[in-house]
Design a protein around this ligand. Structure first.
Ligand code: FES
Length: 146
């Protein structure tokens, strides 16, 4: 299943059930059109914010950043220790675009799984994901793509 099929599937399950829990990855996946300045991707922390029905703001555990300059999207995770990780969503087995489910990235081609730190959790992939260095600059994450 590619990203477009996944999005359609999520939309279909939400439409049929009216709730956001039908698929594990549906309830919190957010795609962001990220800004790229030279070799740096800029991602405001507000990209993680979501307002619930009661008006309370919560932070998503991850967002998926995309830009026409990127061959693959980049998933950016908020980690429990307050750090962030930015991972290229390209499977290291044969290059299929990964999907995010909770705190894992999964490959629809042959089933490899990676943690939110890019470490191989299940093969056949045997190489960790590309992780980009990043730093927090005020309320903006600066992800170094070089
Ligand atoms: S391409 Fe991802 S597991 Fe084979």
């Amino acid at each position: 299943m590619n990203r477009n099929e996944f999005i359609v599937r999520c939309a279909a399950c939400l439409g049929l059930t009216g709730i956001a829990v039908a698929l594990p990855g549906c309830s919190s996946a957010r795609y962001i059109d990220a800004t790229i300045d030279g070799s740096v991707m800029l991602l405001p922390l507000s990209a993680f914010d979501v307002v619930d029905k009661s008006g309370n703001t919560k932070a998503l555990n991850y967002v998926v950043a995309q830009n026409e300059k990127l061959e693959y999207p980049i998933s950016v995770f908020r980690l429990p220790n307050g750090d962030y990780s930015a991972l290229l969503m390209r499977c290291t087995h044969q290059g299929t675009e990964l999907q995010v489910f909770g705190d894992r990235l999964q490959c629809p081609a042959h089933g490899s799984e990676f943690t939110n730190r890019g470490v191989v959790a299940n093969g056949p992939a045997d190489t960790n994901l590309r992780m980009f260095p990043l730093k927090l600059d005020g309320n903006t994450l600066r992800v170094n793509l070089s």
